[in-house]
Design a protein around this ligand. Structure first.
Ligand code: GAR
Length: 212
C-alpha cells in the first residue's frame, strides 16, 4: 500500500506536531508519512521541531496576503506542489476558505481543545477556549479531532476525549492537562486511522473500522 503523504499546518509552538512526529518515530502512524510542515508564521517554533525530525518546513506567511482568499489560494498552491494526501491542522490559527475545504473534502483533520459543539467556532483558539470553559463553569472539557468543513469547527467528529476540570484550574493549567490527557493522544490516533483507510464519513457521522 502506498503511504499517505501528510502535510501538517501550524502557526505556533507545535506541541501537537511534536506528538505526531513522536508517534511517527515510534511507528504509530501506520501507513502514513509526515512529508511537510507548513507554517503561517515565519518564527513558529513548530518549524524547529520539523527541522529536528528532518521534515521539510515551509512558510506561507499570512502577513504577505491581504485576504483570507488570497492566503488560502497560496496555501493551496503550496500543498498541491507538495502532493499532500492529508492535511492536518495542528494549532493552525486561520480558518480556511470554502474553496480550500472543497478541494480537500474529508481530507483535512483539525484538533480543537474542547468537546465540540461546546467552546468552538470563530474566535475560539488556544488559551481562549479554556478561559471560556472555566468562565462557564463546566466540570468536564476535553479535545475533539474532526474533519474540516466550510463552517468553523462544525465538520464530522472523528474522536473525542473528556478531561476533568479541577479546583483552582487556570486556563494555562487546564490547557496543559487537555493537551497531555487528550490532544497528544487523539491526534496521532486519528491520523493513523485515516492513513489506514479506516475512517468512513456518512453525513455527519464518522464510522471507524475495527482493527483486523
Ligand atoms: C492546541 O491546544 C490546539 O488544540 C489549539 O491550539 C493549540 C496549539 O498548540 N487549536 C485550536 O484552538 C484550534 N481552534 P500547539 O501549537 O502546541 O499544538
Amino acid at each position: 500500500m502506498v503511504k499517505t503523504k501528510i502535510a501538517v499546518l501550524v502557526s505556533g509552538g507545535g506541541t501537537n506536531l511534536q506528538a505526531l512526529l513522536d508517534a511517527q518515530a515510534r511507528g504509530d502512524i501506520r501507513n502514513g508519512k509526515i512529508t511537510a510542515v507548513v507554517s503561517s508564521t515565519p518564527g513558529a517554533f513548530a518549524l524547529e521541531r520539523a527541522k529536528g525530525a528532518n521534515v521539510p518546513g515551509h512558510v506561507v506567511n499570512r502577513k504577505d496576503y491581504d485576504s483570507r482568499e488570497s492566503f488560502t489560494e497560496a496555501l493551496l498552491g503550496k500543498l498541491s506542489e507538495l502532493n499532500a494526501d492529508l492535511i492536518v491542522l495542528a494549532g493552525f490559527l486561520y480558518i480556511l476558505s470554502p474553496a480550500f475545504v472543497e478541494r480537500y473534502e474529508n481530507r483535512i483533520i483539525n484538533i480543537h481543545p474542547a468537546l465540540i459543539p461546546s467552546f468552538c467556532g470563530d474566535g475560539f483558539y488556544g488559551l481562549k477556549v479554556h478561559e471560556k470553559a472555566l468562565e462557564y463553569g463546566v466540570k468536564l472539557t476535553g479535545a475533539t479531532v474532526h474533519f474540516v468543513s466550510a463552517e468553523a469547527d462544525a465538520g464530522p467528529i472523528i474522536l473525542q476525549k473528556a478531561v476533568a476540570i479541577e479546583e483552582g484550574d487556570t486556563a494555562e493549567i487546564l490547557q496543559k492537562r487537555v493537551m497531555e490527557q487528550a490532544e497528544w493522544k487523539l491526534l496521532p490516533e486519528a491520523v493513523s486511522l485515516f492513513c489506514q483507510g479506516r475512517l468512513h464519513v456518512e453525513g455527519r457521522i464518522v464510522r471507524i473500522d475495527q482493527a483486523e
